[in-house]
Design a protein around this ligand. Sequence first.
Ligand code: GDP
Length: 457
Amino acid sequence: SFTLAIVGRPNVGKSTLFNRLVGKKLALVDDQPGVTRDLREGQGRIADLRFTVIDSAGLEDATDDSLQGRMRRLTERAVEMADVCLFMIDARAGLLPADEVFADILRKKNANVILAANKAEGKAADSTILEAFALGLGEPIRLSAEHGEGLGELMDRLRPLSEAFAAREEANAPETDVDVGDDDEDAPRIPTKAKPLQIAVVGRPNAGKSTLINKIIGEERLLTGPEAGITRDAISVSQEWDGVPMRIFDTAGMRKKAKVQEKLEKLSVSDGLRAVKFAEVVVVLLDVEIPFEQQDLRIADLAEREGRAVVVAVNKWDVETEKQSKLKDLRQSFERLLPQLKGAPLVTVSAKTGKGLDRLHQAIMRAHDVWNRRVSTAHLNRWLTGMLEQHPPPAPGGRRIKMRYATQVKTRPPAFVVMTSFPDMVPESYKRYLVNGLREDFDMPGTPIRLYLRDQG
Ligand code: GDP
């Protein structure tokens, strides 16, 4: 289970939402700002999703020892206690300077943030929703805590996080004896701010995942063998690799639980799924003798959809005799079978001999770097102007599509919003043109890029 903290300035509706999630009138609701002064905790639920909720006092732009300073500290504590923060703004009041202060603090604390615009019933909320993109915290959810609207969307946002936290708990459980467990006691609870770079090694059984991880950690901590499914229940190992702390998720561990071979494939896909949700960089490990199997493609596609940075590594390169032509083949298959991963690096390795592991390391670091990249709004808009001049958007039905402004709303992976007239009329091919342009002009290989078009009204 995980902990959700509701934060935001006074009177945005935090306690009303808390009441809704907890289902009892535990919190005090009042129209006077700042009536909630302490952290309240309760067991929240939306449908079958269960979690702990903390209702924080308002976060004020004041650091003195006044009531507001105290509330600010309380809220900071709530953020530290939480796995996910629901940052609430008031759609009716619009974006206030105080909201920016909170956004800054949340960004600095590197919290997992879900942005919610409350009191969003009705059209009046639209302009706040658009403004809120500028906070750089992703797309806001439209909520009406009072009328219980928007809870479904909140649930959709929480569910993948909830699964990731469940995987994390399992990974940190003491009985995983292969986990070298160098977790720092003080380590932050929020995965995005945990220091080790989180990698998942995924691929079909026998691709060499365990061998690769063994090689990286330099000792025989995991068992490997010629048979699929021999690996013990390894979930993750933490290890420095060339001076970089990494936490490596092995998806092989649970295979032994599958008794029959047919089950195997299914199981390793769902294991892979969990590891993918938890990872920052996903290494799709292919067997050079049977590359791009259905299962590999499925998991690579999943990694892209989940917005992870992806590195494709072709293993057992030591046995390949026609290296040059094989490499050419591989690149072609890659382009044809995984067009959605355009620009992702393809490296060849031998987990057995260790050859190519330095290249793999570099590719992982680079992909991680790109995944975290932030492009300045000024750069972006100069770029957009150029793109539009070079290739103006089509005019379907004689209507002119006017794109006015672009901004990066998120990293990990990079996500961009372009304000445009008639967003629904912009063809997919034009979106691809923009995404490819972003990828090339800002040098962002190996990461999914999200592009959202928004009606500027
Ligand atoms: P996993 O199921 O993906 O974890 O695969 P394993 O690590 O258990 O490896 C499966 C088999 O492939 C074992 O017999 C390994 O020795 C072999 N293997 C793994 N990597 C290499 C490699 O780079 N070269 C060669 N020749 N064999 C490898």
